[in-house]
Ligand binder design. Structure first.
Ligand code: ADP
Length: 498
């Protein structure tokens, strides 16, 4: 039996599966996010550590014999520790925006571009690079005092195995790691003014760790288990939904959203629109994350119709035609990451007519979130056109479909909208635990329990497929043309005010 552990932003999950991909247990423990100041998003690393240990023990207790535990974790987190693994700061999450100004100043400089070209990570407040630059400016004494700067998975591994190690996948999302040479990027470190010994040792994603003699008393239940370090949640979501071959795409809409294409060569964009993160064995994902995913639908309901059930939002939206009769919504309430990287962008309803009802507004919001994701996904088409030698076309390339995951898949209506807007078949896997399953598949491949990714794919049962409707696609594309122009026209105005 394998356990995949998914250390997320709001909770940790442990999912036990057998070697046929059948799920035997799902355990979950939630933890808190603190926002002590505007723009700050912090967590207690000890709370996450305890929750992770508990959730693994709970899953083990339910299924009995477990031989392998593999890890996924949210990207971009950062904390400082002393020699005894004692936290000197809280864990600063990906959503923390305190380094916003630092990122904006660095992004378009020659050095900023060079860092992106080597690290594949956008110059953004989320990245450990910008967080460390913030510490350098605001708490320089911490830079000297800290033994290491690490993310949450490194913290858990340090406490369990007494080693500071980071997998290549999470390292490739720090802005500090060269995705071509798979080592720390000297220029990033020099900019912050730290040396490699302040960071963990980068290791491959299938590296195995075991409880040492000195820790046996503390972790008796874990003795003999192989702990596979695993990768980041973005990379493992692709593996766990089945987007495993060159050019295959997976999309997630949960609280935020992301679209990622699997590729077998590192790739960085001339215009810095997309990330490139390492998964395993020369496998990478390229793509982009959007801030304004499902959270925007929650906002709409809570702000305007607090007594309405979420399901009714979808029902009502379905009662008006695709394109919401010309009502267009820019969903940038939280500023936006890919592809526009604009923290000053804001939400807009455009083209309101007297004919527009509550249903039109619902529909326009759902469409707007999907256009935001589409504006990232359409970049993949451009890459393929420029492609060879960077993204070689393959005979069996199956990029006409997208593997979908996240809370939005609970609404067939919203998933169908994705099929129509992207003009592609959408495949929804049977389980919503794609990331933890991806961690198990990575471990299976690493340990030789499966020999290739097609075998992994067979272990992921599909639930449903949604086919695109051409007529609706054309209606959506008419609005999408306006959507894109609207943002570029309004951009200077956003920057005047926000
Ligand atoms: P997280 O990113 O925190 O893991 P989820 O994947 O659970 O989040 O997705 C949460 C989002 O899913 C919500 O913001 C909401 O927009 C969407 N959602 C929740 N319930 C439904 C539903 N019944 N139908 C469609 N979308 C839903």
């Amino acid at each position: 039996m394998y356990i995949g552990v998914d250390i997320g932003t709001s909770s940790v999950k442990a999912v036990a599966i057998d070697n046929q991909g059948n799920i035997h247990a799902i355990k979950q423990i939630a933890y808190k996010i603190f926002s002590p100041k505007p723009d700050y998003q912090e967590q207690n690393p000890n709370e996450i550590f305890e929750a992770t240990i508990q959730v693994i023990k709970q899953a083990m207790a339910e299924v009995g014999e477990v031989s392998i535990v593999a890890f996924s974790a949210a990207m971009h987190s950062l904390m400082a520790v002393d020699e005894k693994h004692k936290p000197l700061t809280n864990l600063i999450t990906w959503a923390d925006n305190r380094a916003k100004q630092i990122a904006d100043n660095l992004r378009n400089t020659t050095l900023g571009k060079q860092i992106y070209q080597h690290t594949g990570t956008a110059i953004h407040a989320m990245s450990p690079l910008c967080k460390l630059l913030w510490f350098r400016e605001n708490q320089p004494q911490l830079i000297e005092k800290a033994h290491k700067f690490i993310g949450i998975k490194e913290y858990i591994f340090a406490r369990l195995f007494d080693e500071y190690v980071i997998d290549y996948s999470l390292a490739s999302a720090t802005g500090l790691f060269d995705i071509f040479s798979l080592d720390w990027f000297e220029e990033s470190l020099a900019l912050i003014g730290i040396s490699e010994d302040k960071l963990s040792k980068p290791v491959d994603t299938v590296s195995i760790f075991q409880i040492k003699e000195s820790k046996k008393l503390d972790y008796q239940e874990f003795v003999g288990i192989k702990f596979v370090i695993g990768a980041s949640d973005g990379c493992l979501a692709n593996l766990g939904t089945g987007a495993v071959q060159e050019g295959e795409v997976a999309a997630t809409i949960g609280t935020s959203g992301a679209i990622r294409m699997t590729t077998y060569q590192p790739f960085v964009d001339e215009q810095m629109r997309t990330f490139c993160y390492y998964t395993t064995d020369n496998q990478y994902i390229i793509g982009g994350a959007i801030n304004n995913g499902g959270i925007i639908v929650q906002w709409l309901r809570e702000a305007f119709f607090p007594n309405e059930k979420l399901g009714n939002v979808f029902l009502l939206a379905d009662s008006v035609p695709a394109g919401a009769e010309g009502l267009i919504f820019l969903p940038y309430l939280l500023g936006e990451r890919a592809p526009i990287w604009d923290s000053s962008a804001r939400g807009v309803f455009f083209g309101i007519g007297k004919n527009h009802t509550q249903a039109h507004f619902y529909r326009a919001v759902l469409e707007g979130v999907m256009y935001a994701l589409y504006s990232v996904g359409k970049v993949f088409g451009e890459y393929k056109l420029q492609s060879s030698p960077l993204i070689p076309h393959q005979e069996n390339e199956t990029s006409n479909s997208i593997y979908a995951s996240g809370g939005f898949t609970k609404s067939s209506f919203w998933v169908q909208m994705m099929a129509d807007i992207f003009n592609q078949k959408i495949i929804v896997p049977n389980s919503s635990e794609s990331t933890a399953i991806g961690a198990c598949l990575l471990a299976m491949k690493g340990l030789g329990d499966i020999s290739n990714w097609d075998e992994a794919k067979k272990l992921i049962p599909k639930e449903k497929e949604f086919l695109p409707n051409q007529e609706k696609h054309l209606a959506y594309m008419k609005n999408f043309g306006v959507y894109e122009k609207l943002y570029s026209t309004l951009k200077p105005l956003f920057h005047q005010i926000y």
